[in-house]
Design a protein around this ligand. Structure first.
Ligand code: TUI
Length: 311
């Protein structure tokens, strides 16, 4: 399927893999890029030296386009932004903030800039400062989230900007992809379904929990702190939500989640770790290769879209 995004990025399918902290390593990203989507290395909270090493490993595995996601709360964000420019990475996506200060450097280096936005206001601002596209991410997503749903956010962002819009949040099959295209999106970004892929390095307990997940299994913690995060409900989220309702301090709450994602992804501790996942986890029924995921979703979307105009 050819769209403004496949042309912009030089990829076969309009499917982008989310830049998930701890999960989006070169193993996953190279499998997605090799399968014809856009694989993304997620910097998360990692140091710049780790990101540089991941980019080198990615280049050894694939000569297809790939991107790096810069999570803007990373204490080494400035250094990672420089690594991205220096390494000639083709595409950068950003999350959890406003990347405006890095735009001139990335433009100079010829990097395509695609910020994640959770509001029309930020989408407009990103277009004005030179973004090549935006990812409109709804609150159905896993991890750090905004407030508006994908269904409501995507068409409003599409109407507000002229750059192509990529839809994210709550998409894990061809029906979701077709629906996103009907809302005016030119590509989709998916996270949860790729966490549960064969090539993701995530612990088997985490993948099994996603496969077992039902529609109502995610919870949002941290609304009171201004950093809402969606995860699969477990012992830890129940404790967090109780403390949050009792008005616990930021320090007390942060202590509870510190290192939680690593614990879940690497150690497989799904009881007290942070099992980030989107609301669509209930639709993930088995562990498939990235190639199978991408091809089946694209085929189903193409069938549903039939003769519709989506380019
Ligand atoms: O960034 C994400 N998702 C993430 S980042 C992450 S790492 C983390 N780990 C533990 C606690 C907190 C974070 C896990 N998941 N998605 C992209 C995204 N960006 N969603 C929402 C936003 C966003 C929200 C507000 C972007 C910009 C914004 O406002 C920027 C501004 O300054 O106006």
């Amino acid at each position: 399927m050819e769209t403004a995004i496949t042309k912009l990025l030089g990829i076969k399918y309009p499917i982008i893999q989310g830049g998930m902290a701890w999960v989006a390593t070169y193993e996953l990203a190279s499998a997605v890029s090799e399968a014809g989507g856009l694989g993304i290395i997620g910097a998360g909270g990692a140091p710049a030296s780790w990101v540089e090493d991941q980019i080198h490993k990615m280049k050894e595995r694939t000569d297809k386009p790939f991107g790096v996601n810069l999570m803007l709360m990373n204490p080494e964000a400035d250094q990672i932004a420089e690594v991205i420019a220096k390494e000639g990475v083709k595409v950068v996506t950003t999350g959890a903030g406003n990347p405006e200060k890095y735009v001139p450097m990335w433009k100079e280096a010829g990097v395509k800039i695609i910020p994640v936005v959770a509001s029309v206001g930020l989408a407009r601002r990103m277009e004005k400062c030179g973004a090549d596209a935006v990812i409109a991410e709804g609150t159905e997503s896993g991890g750090h989230i905004g407030e508006t749903t994908t269904m409501a956010l995507v068409p409003q962002v599409v109407d507000a900007v002229d750059v192509p819009v990529i839809a994210a949040g709550g998409i894990a099959d061809g029906r979701g992809m077709a629906a996103a295209f009907m809302l005016g999106a030119k590509a989709v970004q998916m996270g949860t379904v790729f966490v549960a892929s064969k090539e993701s390095i995530v612990h088997k307990n985490y993948k099994a929990r996603l496969v077992k997940a039902k529609d109502i299994d995610t919870k949002v913690t941290g609304r009171s702190t201004g950093h809402p995060v969606r995860t699969i409900r477990n012992q830890q989220t129940i404790k967090y939500l109780k403390l949050e309702a009792e008005g616990a301090s930021l320090e007390e709450l942060e202590k509870l989640t510190l290192g939680g994602l690593r614990k879940a992804v690497i150690e497989g501790d799904i009881k007290t770790g942070s099992v980030m996942a989107g609301q669509i986890a209930g639709l993930v029924k088995d562990v498939k290769s990235c190639k199978e995921i991408i091809e089946s979703i694209n085929d189903q979307a193409e069938q549903l879209l039939g003769g519709c105009q989506y380019e």
